[in-house]
Design a protein around this ligand. Sequence first.
Ligand SMILES: [Cu+2]
Length: 143
Amino acid sequence: MAHRRSSMRAMGSVLTGALLLGATGCSAPLEGVEYVLTNFAIAGPQSLLAGQQQLVLRNDGPTVHEFVVVQGVDTFDDLPLTADGQLLDEEADAIVIIAADEFIEAGAADVLVAVLLPGAVWFVCNIEGHFLGGMAMRAEVQA
Ligand SMILES: [Cu+2]
């Protein structure tokens, strides 16, 4: 019960932050490392610094996208797949989900804070047809 209450409070503060950022989004650009999502690609810097990073996720596509930050594997072929082979297996032991934004509306932009470790990082939209359609991007996190 206590756990549920605290996670709901955490969710509330995230939503409040998103609303505040959205309200200022028209006049001031969102600050952070920007990644642009389209159908079906993710584009942005291929090199980031380790530590806490603020990622600006801009959905320029016509449909909802996700942005899952994954570490622990180097190459695309190392990414563990679900049994049907269509999606990244987010529960697999081989990977660590650093952060995730599971709903970026078409035409919208969100801010996601991620604490990155040195090494490879994968940015994935883990929606069927999107992940295998090209929405998996590798970047290198510099120590
Ligand atoms: Cu997508």
